[in-house]
Ligand binder design. Structure first.
Ligand code: CMC
Length: 373
């Protein structure tokens, strides 16, 4: 049996949702180039596309936006649990998992592995993740939660619930594009986790719970928070080169660089670099962008590694006023769209996912009784 460390280059199954061309640096959702989607569409359009395979008509989009907006409010018990976890100083990723589990408890149809019930659960998850995070953050700061607006789009709703005031158009657009770009990425670690769980015929909430756990690690979604800590430690663009060279001399990884699949630039990183620059210029503070570009140049010169999607996500989220410990949960606000699309696809044509291990332990040997050890 062929063995591939970390399942590198292993094709684990068919999917019609997302295609990554690592050699050419291309990414498609359902056949649409990510660059076109970032420029032309909205997060809500992309969620619909990922779930249903086609772009929505104008009336379908209007109905879907209204459906998401109507579902943003948290069930009382979930809201209370978020408050309690904020009071306990729980970190936001485990808090999001607890809240997801509680959404399952509150859903009488949670265990129905039927498309209608799973689609409804997916609407609940996508609609409520921003409310959960914003409520947690407000409580954590000793502020009153902001009620979800009954007709705002996802990006506006999240930033409004977080900051208490609606974002300006540039901030709204920056977050909307970030949410589009992060929404899916084929069989990445968290999505694959969701599919493995779904393939046991566990329900959509359980799959998403596992996916959040997988996303949290610094080699995956947790990288964006590590990038921000690094930019803060560097402090100014003039220190970036020595900081990075020192890191590499110690054989440490520079967070936000490298990728399992891309062998040329991740198309999302290029779009995000531009947004990070625009936000900095508009806010008359290119400090973070300047540090980031110096880091990028140094890593390229030393290792020929490209930045991945998490690198420029960090200065963007920072400039949108999102606290660093909400960066990875904010990634989940977007990726939950892809996770749920993959659960729906897995359940539509299910087979248990159960690979083999390459046994490297001792050969069969006689049992040694306790008295003889
Ligand atoms: N900094 C320094 N060296 C690196 C880095 C990095 N960020 N990434 C890869 N390398 C080197 C690595 O040391 C190895 O070199 P050598 O062959 O000399 O030992 C070579 O590149 C291949 O690395 P690998 O670990 O075998 O590659 P992988 O495909 O298993 O890992 C990765 C991919 C993303 C885990 C890795 O690039 C990494 O740790 N990056 C930093 C964490 C990060 O930014 N994660 C976000 C991933 S993309 C978006 C997401 O999923 O959220």
């Amino acid at each position: 049996m062929a063995v591939s460390a970390g399942l590198a280059d292993v094709v684990a199954g068919p999917t019609a949702i997302c295609d990554v061309n690592g050699q050419l640096g291309q990414l498609f959702y359902r056949g649409y180039d990510i660059r076109d989607l970032a420029r032309e569409s909205s997060f809500e359009e992309v969620v619909w596309l990922l779930w249903r395979g086609e772009l929505p008509s104008a009336s379908e989009l209007a109905t879907f936006r209204a459906e998401l907006a109507a579902q943003r409010r948290l069930p009382d018990q979930v809201a209370l649990m978020v408050d309690r976890l904020a009071a306990m100083n729980a970190t936001p990723m485990p808090m999001l998992r607890v809240a997801t589990t509680l959404l399952q408890v509150e859903d009488p149809n949670a265990d129905k592995v039927a498309e209608g019930a799973e689609r409804q659960a997916s609407v609940h998850l996508v609609a409520r993740f921003p409310t959960i995070l914003a409520r947690y953050q407000r409580r954590h700061q000793g502020l009153e939660p902001v009620e979800p607006s009954p007709n705002a789009d996802q990006a506006t709703a999240y930033l409004t619930m977080l900051h208490g005031t609606p974002p300006d158009e540039l901030d709204r657009q920056a977050l909307d594009i970030l949410l589009i770009l992060l929404a899916d990425h084929e069989f990445n670690a968290s999505t694959f986790t969701a599919r493995v769980i779904a393939a046991t015929l566990a329900n959509v909430y359980s799959a998403i719970d596992g996916a959040i756990a997988a996303l949290s690690g610094p080699l995956h979604g947790g990288a964006n928070e590590q990038v921000m800590h690094m930019l803060e430690q560097i402090g100014s663009a003039s220190h970036a080169r020595s900081y990075v060279e020192n890191l590499l001399a110690q054989k440490k990884r520079v967070m936000g660089f490298g990728h399992r699949v891309y062998r040329s630039e991740d198309p999302r990183a290029g779009i995000l670099r531009q947004i990070a620059r625009e936000l900095g210029e508009r806010k008359q503070d290119t400090h973070w962008f300047d540090i980031a570009t110096q880091v990028e140049e140094t890593v390229w010169n030393a290792k020929h590694l490209y930045p991945n999607v998490d690198f420029y996500s960090a200065p963007i989220m920072h400039q949108l006023g999102i606290p660093t410990d909400l960066f990875t949960p904010t990634f989940a606000v977007s990726r939950v769209a892809g996770w749920t699309a993959h659960v729906l696809e897995q359940h539509a044509n299910n087979r248990l996912i159960r690979p083999r291990g390459d046994y490297i332990g001792p050969a069969p040997r006689p049992y040694v009784p306790l008295s003889a050890r």
